[in-house]
Write a protein that binds this ligand. Structure first.
Ligand code: PMP
Length: 458
């Protein structure tokens, strides 16, 4: 194990792995599996759409970090924005009748690009915290209106909204609910459309109607008079890039209006260009009362998130007297805010969102759909620069692979070994590359994926 240098830095992979295995508890990991595999891969550098590990191997980052490196790695402008802000004022809170210029400027900037007239910003540090904020403030909204019993939140199966006690309750994965105490009371999950797996024997339209009926049924079961809000990702990301069937979101919106339920769109993945517009709610013509943003807000360079509220909620929470007892030490952190501001400037200046919508997103989707002729590919889903390639050994009957994830995980592992990051979600491989990916890089990604899939035919 020769020490390896990257930009003058010397890495000794085995000693970093040893430190990591002894002391670092990894999220969503089985520590014993990491031990048996001799530790994790050490990522040391990024540039554009590429990562390098401590052995000097290059990877094309098909996952864009964790759905977040929208403007790509290695942007000097963000480094400089952070350094300038650190020198001037590295920290101050926004609790005690104070603000910072960047926190105010960023709030105005987010307001100016947000959909549906949403223009009041509450800062947190992660998607999870922002969704906790949404739970608390949606309930506070109804309490202020004299309806404290309206506290239930309706979420969906296969939803990912975070991992804290509150947001983890909104998340709709059973395997995240096996830690005692989650979901908390008053959170309910309705089925969401997933035609490939759950709609066998139905047309897409029938499946959509079925999912909407189940949603309404859940609301009626809880009692609409007890429901504060519905929350959903415009496209369910971590659940396997589950794109909504045509008409689904209009149906959801109609149900929310019928029962006077606040509509929250979790834009943590979809926001800041991923679907080809600034927000997924624009792509699907949704008119939310609240949106959650994180990840692409700063392209992941620093942790920052924002809940964005519109007139209906703001008129109760902000335009009337009454204290809101909620917040975090780093809400509106000036360095993270400065980086987010610069990130949005770059997205605008380089017309990155427009490019995803008009050119590179359609190209990515079309190239991936060429894989449908492959014997192991059942469905390709996606919009803009997010996609899932659903693997199957039974294209007609769509029976799930046994054990679930076995094939997808093996292909994922081979991709990692051969210079491409992707993620296995059940039987699919998911992709969300940096929004600055080129056509040549997409061509390489699709070819590498096809070559790797070929290893598992037969
Ligand atoms: N909402 C969505 C839609 C997400 O995809 C995620 C993270 N993958 C979160 C919330 C949680 O964000 P965080 O990990 O920053 O807490």
């Amino acid at each position: 194990n020769e020490p390896i240098t990257s930009k003058g830095q010397v890495y000794d992979t085995s000693s970093i792995r040893a430190l990591d295995l002894s002391h670092h508890m990894h999220p969503f990991a089985d520590q014993q599996e990491l031990v048996s595999e001799g530790g994790v891969r050490v990522i040391t550098r990024g540039e554009g759409v590429y990562l390098w590990d401590s052995e000097g191997e290059r990877l094309l980052d098909g996952m864009g970090g964790l759905w977040c490196i929208n403007i790509g790695y290695g942007r000097k402008e963000l480094v400089e924005a952070a350094a300038r802000q650190m020198e001037e004022l590295p920290y101050y809170n926004t609790f005690f009748k104070t603000t910072t210029p960047v926190a105010a400027e960023l709030a105005a900037e987010i307001a100016s690009i947000s959909p549906n007239g949403l223009d009041r910003i509450f800062y947190s540090n992660s998607g999870s915290e922002a969704n906790d904020t949404n739970i608390r403030l949606a309930r506070l909204y109804w309490t202020r209106l004299g309806r404290p019993e309206r506290k239930a939140i309706i979420s969906r199966h296969n939803a990912y909204h975070g991992s804290s006690i509150g947001s983890g309750s909104l998340t709709g994965f059973d395997d995240m609910h096996d830690i005692a105490g989650v979901p908390i009371a008053d959170v309910h999950h309705a089925p969401a459309p997933f035609w490939w797996r759950d709609g066998r024997g139905q047309t897409v339209e029938e499946h959509c109607a079925w999912a909407l009926d189940r949603l309404e049924e859940t609301i009626l079961h809880v009692g609409p008079e007890n429901v504060a809000a519905f929350i959903g990702e415009p496209v369910q990301g971590a659940g396997g890039v589950l794109t909504p069937p045509p008409g689904y979101w209009q149906g959801v919106q109609e149900i929310c209006r019928r029962y006077d339920i606040l509509l929250i769109c979790d834009e943590v993945i979809c926001g800041f260009g991923r679907t080809g517009q600034w927000f997924g709610s624009q792509t699907y013509a949704i008119e939310p009362d609240i949106i959650t943003t994180a990840k692409g807000l700063s392209s992941g360079y620093l942790p920052i998130s924002a809940s964005v509220f519109g007139g209906r909620v703001a008129s109760v929470l902000m335009d009337k007297p009454g204290r809101m007892n909620h917040g975090y030490t780093c809400s509106g952190h000036p360095v993270a805010a400065a980086v987010a501001l610069e990130n949005i400037r770059i997205l605008k200046r380089e017309r990155i969102v427009e490019r995803v919508g008009e050119e590179i997103g359609p190209y990515f989707q079309a190239r991936l759909r060429e894989l449908l002729d492959h014997p192991l590919v059942g469905e390709v889903r996606g919009v803009g620069l997010m996609a899932a390639v659903e693997l199957t050994r039974d294209k007609e009957g769509r029976t799930p692979i046994e054990p679930v994830s076995s094939l997808a995980t093996s292909v994922r592992n081979l991709c990692f070994k051969t210079g491409l990051t992707t993620r296995a979600v059940r039987d699919s491989l998911v992709f969300s590359p940096p929004l600055v990916i080129s056509k040549d890089e997409i061509d390489w990604l699709v070819k590498r994926l096809r070559d790797n899939l070929n290893q598992f035919v037969g």
